[in-house]
Design a protein around this ligand. Sequence first.
Ligand SMILES: Nc1ncnc2c1ncn2[C@@H]1O[C@H](COP(=O)(O)OP(=O)(O)OP(=O)(O)O)[C@@H](O)[C@H]1O
Length: 589
Amino acid sequence: MWLANHRFRVILPIVVAVAGVGVAWALSVGLSGYYVFLGISALTAIIAVLGLGVVTGSAGIIALSQLTFAAIGAWVVAWLNTLDAPGGFIVWLIAGGAAGAVAGIVIGLPALRLRGVNLAVVTLGFAAAFDVMLVQIQFPGASDGIAVARPNGFTSDRDYFFFAAVVMVICALIVSALQRSRMGSGWKAVAFSERGTAAVGQSVSAAKLSAFAVSAALAGISGGLLAGQVQLPFASSFAPLQSLALYILAVMSGAYLIDMAIFGGILWVVVPELLKRWGVPQDWGFVVFGLLGIQALTSGSNLGEGIRGLLRRRSAARGAARDSEHASVTEVGTSVLDVFAVPEAAQPIPADAPPVLEVSGLGVQFGALKALDDVAVTVRQRSIMGLIGPNGAGKSTFVDAVSGFLPQHAGLTLLDGADISRLSPTQRARRGLRRTFQQDRVPPQLTVEAYVRFVGRRRLDHDELADALAFLGCPSPETPLTTVDIGTRRLVEVAAAVLAGPRVLILDEPAAGLSHDEHVQFGHRLTRIPSRFDTAIVLIEHDLDLVRSVCTELTVLDFGRVIAQGPTAEVLDTPVVIAAYMGDAEISS
Ligand SMILES: Nc1ncnc2c1ncn2[C@@H]1O[C@H](COP(=O)(O)OP(=O)(O)OP(=O)(O)O)[C@@H](O)[C@H]1O
């Protein structure tokens, strides 16, 4: 079943691409000359919108200079044309895309530090500055009237339309493959949570810069194609206001979805054309795009997501009707999971089990507040260490400091004996120290499988993946994460972290959001993780029943200091813990 699905997902884009080329050929033969020219404009716009789908739609970065990157691509093509550089138009086009990518990385560098409005100002400022420069220097060959030579065999508008369509299809195929790759998962992860991305060992900078580079490369190709279309390109085709309108169009349509990028590119040409026919000045097109964009931003959704949500709900309703007919089959499936519901206490850890994580002298200061003061914790191989304490005791601060998110801290952290105190969160994750968060950090744009593979950072065969998901009570690999509730997303987060094969996994309230029954089942499954996956666990949890049943050892924090440490049962009976943390009623149970 999975193999069939996998093959389908690989083959489908190729089939659609071949069909798209067929349609383009038919249109190039059948359309009138005027529509062929409009069609080329739409194809160039689609490629630029595909790029915005990567940088804005997937990676969530505001980039208001897409047509400036297109101008750079057009400029390079025009320049190589005046030089009559070897290779001809196709090579020049690739060079235009490469120049766009380089410019994208340069403009993307501020994006590593800036967000939101500040980044919008930087990218728009770059677009405005380049526009002024372009008006001054003009495109190479413009003053001498040297027309850009179209590729051999595609010199007429009809043939060039077909050529542009093939280029667009290739770009769409590449984007589709990248969106499904680790790189694409990285873009979606960084858009949802930079901390969550760093915590799984993915470089946030690399994810952002690669999104900028791919997006600007596509813009460069789009501009290069436009240079071949008009043959004498000029600056007004790439004005900053147009970049702004194109951005809004991409946001409104949901351009990270290939079909919606195509729709957006077509709209880019159709709206001004319709306005012209109705006798309305074409600049009103910007107003139309602006209104559609405001609607998308205020609703928090876009056209593509809206349509897909509707289709999903319909298919879920059909699926529910089918499932009720096959209730007996479902019961068999449930009984498999029930195996894990058999209560099982955590295995005691041998006294000589070597330490895997050693934290000593850990101190964190927030202004006058000592959030952690000389904290020492040792986690032994395959153990489950509970880290408990009242609200504000310093548990999350401990996790942040140990996982590298609070670089300004005192103390030493050793992982398998190696000092990792100076490493970044990404480096620590790659060394085998993984963590989850109290808040949801699982990017909803991914499927369960794409997320698990992204977090895993290693080859996982499908059986291993499906097995581990079933073991932790997660949905099937192909389930879109948008369709599952928050509690299930927490389970998927834990499963993915476990499959990464970490030496130590720190779970920050992983059962939050689960129902009581799911909570209990989760506890039982947790006890089996260390032996099955050779991983030690640090568990932060407020539910003392869960702590009591799964933790082999406990560390109790209060006001940033360790007040008790040792085997779970002993610690829970310590008077200082009873007094400081739990109260007699709870501990006596
Ligand atoms: N960024 C920060 N700036 C200032 N104070 C902070 C910051 N983060 C945490 N604190 C303070 O540090 C102390 C420890 O907070 P922390 O979140 O680590 O506690 P906790 O044990 O995880 O609490 P909870 O169980 O409610 O999650 C608290 O007094 C908190 O107000």
